[in-house]
Design a protein around this ligand. Structure first.
Ligand code: GLN
Length: 503
């Protein structure tokens, strides 16, 4: 088998045993990026030199019998929302074009300590706001299964990179579905861990009460491998949980007999694509045949998930993004010579400083980011705060309580991850509400702070992947990974490769 066809688990095993050198593996993926990424645009930066140097170092250390980290030689691409001290970090925004952070994100530091090889930074929706990757200031990502279609978002570059075998593993971030939805639309496996399970230090903040980092890989087993490295307490993130990290990969191989899976009838309401519905129902049947039992559950407030999310997230974004003022770092514009004239000789701005702030933000942010800042600022303003933000927080509590009630009777909840397969590039860009509705199956997980995993469960007649989502209680990652891994032992969907990208 070619190195690019191997799973992450196989790659680290082969390198550790000396069956293949880290250099050969890393070169194979870099060559593939060079060959394919011109048409996919999954990468914003590729660090060929740095990656090859790290691979050579790993090979040297292995030959001289020195200890190697658990991910030694594994090429990993990192979503450009995560700070890397040696590579530009832009959040796919003109605002941060050329920005080099002074430190590595905690997860990046953990990857390096585990001897993973960072091959580059992946494209995304600007500041992780979006569901199609079309909000990137550096051009959209093309779905490897059909280049005219969106890969989903906001971690579209990470999903497409794995789907096209340009990286065996990537990191994404998920605030309202940005790991699970692109994983579903690109036919890969993505895990959104419990809020606080993975440190967010050095993750550029979007909505701090929702953001979480997670792995995007070819299989659940590979996601478990990555989790063993990236999860864990970080005193540098006050929300990070101080709970032991389970040996995820060692907990996989157990039968599913007795697993209680919830099924929400409302998930299958009008609007769900019939081919997606079929794939999801077939997945329930696979789980049932494997010994799981399926139970009807209700999440009565889930239908308020999208409006609640689109108040909470923009409010937090508006305050988080206030830091981009052109003064400290990032894009800076002006001030123009003494301020713009308002016509009567007075300037349109209170001061040259305010003028600089305004021009820097007007030029640096793209339209969707501005829309979120305006929505959030409005909803937080005096007079509207109680009607919008405070009310959204109360509904958030009800959504969370629904899950707690459901998890009293079932272990996990299964269902679709998005209502349709990958949609065409440009199809929803003129209609922000249509784009927001794409998130209907994913946002509640983040509002509740629980865990979710998405993995392929079939394909449409036209060859587009269909995703299945399992949600579980806080810290249920071992169970979610185990269930998805079992499913992947019983099915072949996760092994399919896009035709245009064959090795
Ligand atoms: N699509 C959602 C949004 O636009 C989710 C984004 C995310 O999870 N980062 O906000």
């Amino acid at each position: 088998m070619q190195p690019v066809e191997l799973s992450s688990v196989e790659i680290v095993t082969a390198i550790r045993q000396g069956d293949v050198s880290a250099e050969r593996v890393v070169t194979a993926f870099l060559d593939r990026i060079a060959r394919l990424d011109g048409s996919i645009n999954a990468f914003l930066v590729v660090d060929r030199e740095g990656a090859l140097a790290k691979a050579a170092e790993i090979d040297r250390r292995r030959k001289s019998g020195q200890p190697l980290g658990p991910l030694a030689g594994l090429p990993v691409a990192v979503k450009d929302v995560l700070c890397t001290a040696d590579l530009p970090t832009t959040c796919a925004s003109k605002m941060l074009a050329g920005f080099r952070p002074p430190y590595d994100a905690d997860v990046v530091a953990r990857l390096r300590r585990a001897d993973a090889v960072i091959v580059g930074k992946t494209n995304m929706d600007e500041f992780a706001m979006g569901g199609s990757n079309e909000n990137s200031a550096f051009g959209p990502v093309h779905n490897p299964w059909d280049l005219d279609r969106a890969p989903g978002g906001s971690s579209g570059g990470s999903a497409a990179a794995v789907a096209a075998d340009m990286a065996p593993a990537t990191l994404g971030s998920d605030t309202g579905g940005s790991i699970r939805q692109p994983a579903g639309l690109c036919g890969i496996t993505g895990l959104k861990p419990t809020y606080g399970r993975v440190s967010r230090r050095g993750l550029i903040a979007f909505a701090s009460s929702l953001d979480q980092v997670g792995p995007m890989c070819r299989s659940a087993a590979d996601c478990g491998l990555l989790m063993e490295t990236i999860a864990g307490h970080d005193p540098g993130d006050a929300t990070s949980l101080d709970t032991a990290v389970p040996p995820y990969t060692q907990l996989l191989d157990q039968p599913l007999a007795g697993l209680r899976i919830g099924r929400v009838a409302a998930h299958f309401a009008a609007g769900l694509d019939t081919e997606v519905a079929r794939g999801v129902e077939e997945a329930f049947a696979v789980f049932k045949a494997a010994g799981a039992t399926i139970h009807d559950v209700e999440l009565p407030h889930a239908r308020y998930g999208v409006p609640t999310y689109y108040l909470v997230a923009p409010c937090e974004a508006a305050s988080n993004l206030a830091r981009y003022d052109g003064a400290h770092y990032g894009h800076r514009c002006g001030p123009a010579s003494g301020g713009k004239s308002a016509g009567d000789g007075a300037t349109a701005f209170d001061s040259p400083l305010v003028e600089m702030y305004c021009h820097s933000r007007a030029e640096g942010f793209g339209p969707e980011v501005k829309r979120r800042i305006m929505l959030g600022t409005y909803a937080l303003s005096a007079g509207y705060y109680d009607a919008y933000y405070a009310k959204a927080l109360r509904v958030r509590h009800l959504i969370r309580q629904d899950y707690l009630d459901a998890f009293a009777t079932v272990d996990v909840i299964g269902g679709p991850v998005s209502a349709t397969p990958a949609f065409r590039l440009g199809e929803k860009t003129g209609d922000p509400l249509a784009m927001y509705l794409v998130d209907m199956y994913t946002v509640s997980t983040n509002l509740a702070g629980i865990a979710g995993i998405s993995f392929p469960c079939g394909f449409t007649r036209s060859g587009l992947p269909v995703g299945f989502q399992l949600q579980g209680p806080a810290l249920s990652e071992p169970l979610l990974l185990r269930a998805a891994d079992r499913f992947q032992h019983l099915t072949e969907w996760h092994r399919r490769r896009p035709a245009g990208c064959s090795v």
